[in-house]
Each structure stands twice: as structure tokens, then as C-alpha cells.
Design a protein around this ligand. Structure first.
Ligand code: PMP
Length: 364
């Protein structure tokens, strides 16, 4: 006898997205180096915009985020008609996959990629396909070899989460050139602002020139606006139209639109965030490399986190516990096939000092 609603079998397969933790097992609040948030906080201009706005919340926001799209277009030299904003870039990735893939179809991404990607496939009953990597990083050959006649979408996070690796413009162009025209390539540039000045994976140019490339960006990282949930995507008009059909109505809040506009105006904050990140990431990576004789190593990163590998007597689990005791939450990713690694977000200087000291202590 049926006693309750029955979920679609593919929905039953989904494990809810597991975000980075901010509390210890005993409930203590931890400094969160587990969600790739901005240790500099939020642009003061964006905070001021939020404060002014919070006087009255009775009206629905602009459903099409027109002003925000115009600002994004101006900054990146894009056509606002080819931009759509979302409740974080996560919403836009969800819509992109939903618009093209369903039961029997395949969604391809590199073996070690953003943990949301398999969920995006499962949500629509499609099969997630984990493409072979090269030393943890995305491999164009591995991705292309994984494409079949059932593939509808290829997702590339560039820089990659959780590895921090980056594919240059030549490689991204080679990936695109190798794909059938009816396969969508999504270049997820969530961490693009952390790339060294002048470094570009060519995704935006590809998205302007081709019908099967979508680029997604977020204000959650370098703009320090994760709480407001603002992302955007750009691509050919037919792709933007598909996402507009599927996204939520009024999907970017009024306060979010205001904060994003102010945040986008404050490019100095983004530059400061990048500079802080580059300096601390180099310092942290060097300190980790000095622990090489204990089997601990830092994977070179272009993002705002570093994947630290534990291949000696100090295990990732022991380091995770020691850091939690010291007051820090970092990301252990055994469920993503990385039981011997921790992804550590680049935080404030004093926090990185403490994390380095704790890892050194573990090595005796
Ligand atoms: N893409 C990648 C690669 C990410 O790491 C994240 C956040 N962890 C996102 C997209 C989604 O970010 P948001 O929804 O906050 O824009």
C-alpha cells in the first residue's frame, strides 16, 4: 500500500549539498577556512548600500536585474542582453543543466571538480560522468575522451575547486573545439578574480563567439558577497533565454542587487582581495612545501584556497582534528575521493600563521 508520495528515483540518489563547516563536533564556533569566503569581508561600499536599502523591504526587486546587468556588461565589455543574474552562480548552473539534460543523458566534468556538479546531473535524472584527470587537474584529453553521443553538458570549473588548478586559454579553446556543436561547455569562473592580472582562460570570448559556451561568475568570492547570493552568466541569446525560462522569478533580492552594484563599483576591494590572497597563498604554500619530508605538500593553486596533501605519517584526518582543536574549520573531502587531502581557504594573515604553526607542530 502506498502511504506517502514517491520521489523520482534519481532524486532519491541525491545527497543534499554539503557546505563547508563552521562548528566543531562539540558545537564550538570555528574560524571558517572551509567555504572559500573572503577573509577581507565585504566592500565597505557594498555594506553601506545594504544598510541604506534595509529601510524598506516591501517591494519586489527588479525581476530582470537590469541595472546590475548593465553594470556587469560595462565592466566586462559584454552585451547586457546576453547576461542573466542568479541566486548565486549555483542557480544558473542548475538551470543550464536542467535546460539541456534529462534521464538517459550525460553531464561530464573532471574527476575532481566542484561537488555540486554530480548533484546537478542527478537532479534532472542525467548521469554524472567523472572524466580522468592529470595529477588531480582537469585534462582536456580526459574530458574529450569522456564525451559520448549522450553527453549534453561539459562543466569546467576554472580555476578548479577543490584542486586550484587552471587551464589556460589554449587548452579551453582546444576543449571547445573538440566538442560536438550540440554539447554545451560551461566555463565556471567562480574564482577568476583571483587569477594574476592579465591571465584569462578565454571563456568570455568563446561565449561571445559560439552558440554552445556559457560562462558563469559569482560575487560570492572576491566580492565578498556570498551572503547575498549573486551570480551571473553570459552566453548566446538562446542560452540566456533558456535560463530565463527556468530561473526563479525575482531571483536576485533587492538588497542583493544594490549591494552588487556598489560592490562592482569598488574594484579596489577586489584588487585588495586578490593581492592579499596571492601574498598569503604564496607564503602558505611555501610553508607547506617546507614540510615535504613529512609527506605534506601543497598543490599549486590559482584560487583562494590550497589543497594540502598528506602522504606521510601525518594523516589528513589528524590535521583536520588538530586544526579544529586550534579553532579552524577546513575542508576534508573523502567523499570526493580525496581522503588524504584538506582544502584550506586562504584566510587572514594571523589565521594562516596559526594554521601553519599547527601543521608544523604535528610534524614534531
Ligand atoms: N562554482 C564553483 C567552482 C564554486 O566553488 C562555487 C562555490 N563554492 C560556486 C560555483 C557557486 O557559488 P555561488 O552559488 O555562491 O555563486
Amino acid at each position: 500500500m502506498i502511504t506517502r508520495p514517491t520521489p523520482k528515483p534519481w532524486i532519491a540518489k541525491i545527497h543534499p549539498y554539503a557546505p563547508g563547516k563552521s562548528t566543531a563536533a562539540d558545537g564550538r564556533a570555528l574560524v571558517k577556512l572551509s567555504a572559500n569566503e573572503n577573509p577581507l569581508g565585504t566592500s565597505p561600499a557594498a555594506i553601506a548600500a545594504l544598510e541604506t536599502h534595509r529601510q524598506d523591504a516591501s517591494a519586489y526587486p527588479d525581476p530582470d536585474a537590469k541595472e546590475l546587468r548593465a553594470k556587469i556588461a560595462a565592466i566586462h565589455g559584454l552585451d547586457p542582453a546576453r547576461i542573466v543574474c542568479g541566486t548565486g552562480s549555483g542557480e544558473l548552473l542548475t538551470c543550464a543543466v536542467q535546460s539541456l539534460a534529462g534521464p538517459g543523458d550525460e553531464v561530464v566534468f573532471s574527476r575532481y571538480s566542484f561537488s555540486l556538479y554530480p548533484l546537478l546531473a542527478h537532479k534532472v535524472g542525467a548521469t554524472p560522468v567523472f572524466a580522468p584527470d592529470t595529477d588531480l587537474a582537469a585534462s582536456v584529453d580526459g574530458l574529450l575522451a569522456s564525451v559520448t553521443s549522450r553527453t549534453k553538458v561539459v562543466l569546467l570549473d576554472n580555476p578548479n575547486n577543490p584542486v586550484g588548478s587552471f587551464l589556460g586559454a589554449d587548452e579551453v579553446a582546444r576543449l571547445h573545439a573538440g566538442l560536438p556543436k550540440d554539447v554545451l561547455l560551461v566555463v565556471d569562473q567562480a574564482y577568476a578574480e583571483y587569477l594574476a592580472a592579465g591571465v584569462d582562460d578565454g571563456g568570455l570570448a568563446l561565449a561571445q563567439a559560439h552558440e554552445n559556451v556559457l560562462v558563469s561568475r559569482t560575487l560570492s568570492k572576491a566580492y565578498g558577497l556570498a551572503a547575498e547570493r549573486i551570480g551571473w552568466a553570459t552566453g548566446a541569446p538562446h542560452l540566456i533565454d533558456l535560463i530565463n525560462r527556468l530561473r526563479g522569478p525575482f531571483n536576485v533580492t533587492a538588497s542583493g542587487q544594490k549591494a552588487a552594484l556598489a560592490g562592482l563599483e569598488d574594484q579596489q576591494f577586489v584588487e585588495d582581495s586578490r593581492d592579499h590572497n596571492s601574498a598569503e597563498r604564496a607564503r602558505f604554500s611555501d610553508a607547506i612545501s617546507a614540510l615535504g619530508n613529512h609527506g605534506i605538500s601543497a598543490v599549486p593553486s590559482e584560487a583562494n584556497f590550497v589543497l594540502v596533501r598528506f602522504d606521510g605519517s601525518v594523516t589528513a584526518g589528524a590535521a583536520l582534528d588538530a586544526l579544529a582543536k586550534a579553532g579552524y574549520a577546513v575542508r576534508h573531502l573523502p567523499s570526493q575521493g580525496l581522503p588524504n587531502a584538506l582544502r584550506i581557504t586562504i584566510g587572514k594573515t594571523e589565521d594562516m600563521d596559526r594554521v601553519i604553526a599547527e601543521l608544523q607542530k604535528l610534524c614534531g
